[in-house]
Unconditional design. Structure first.
Length: 144
């Protein structure tokens, strides 16, 4: 799934495909403008794996945790982090090492801390100004 165009009503199918394409991946980065659908994608992912909490943007808390019966999802927003030291001070490496799902918004500042195998997801909403619901999802994986 390198690039896919979708509407929000099609998001469940998009997330199913991501889960199918990356069944063992636990760390995903999310980039895209405000309103592109990053938190909405995390919300649908959580719903599909049985987490009942409704995800919200972690902009101010930096890390939101959603726990299900068997799985945990960490939703991290690095937008306000100034440098890697700030990420280390909040225990960022612990989130990466737990083996749980971790969705990281605005990952540029912590890029050197990311392990191999991370899946990068870029979301865009090119027709936002016209009110059209269509989004573009582009997936990249590091060369191995």
């Amino acid at each position: 799934m390198p690039e896919h165009s979708f509407t929000l009503t099609e998001l469940p199918t998009v997330v199913e495909q991501l889960r199918h394409d990356f069944p063992t991946t636990r760390i995903f980065t999310l980039t895209g403008d405000l309103g592109a659908g990053k938190t909405t994608l995390v919300s649908e992912f959580c719903r599909q794996i049985g987490i009942e909490d409704e995800p919200s943007s972690p902009t101010f808390s930096i890390v939101n945790e959603y726990a299900g019966m068997e799985l945990v999802v960490y939703h991290v927003d690095c937008y306000r982090l100034e440098n890697i030291e700030e990420a280390l001070n909040i225990g960022f490496e612990d989130y990466l090492e737990r083996g749980d799902y971790c969705f990281i918004e605005w990952p540029a500042v912590i890029e050197p801390l990311l392990p191999s195998g991370v899946v990068h997801i870029h979301l865009s909403h090119p027709a936002k100004e016209t009110g059209e619901d269509r989004r573009i999802l582009r997936v990249t994986t590091p060369a191995t």
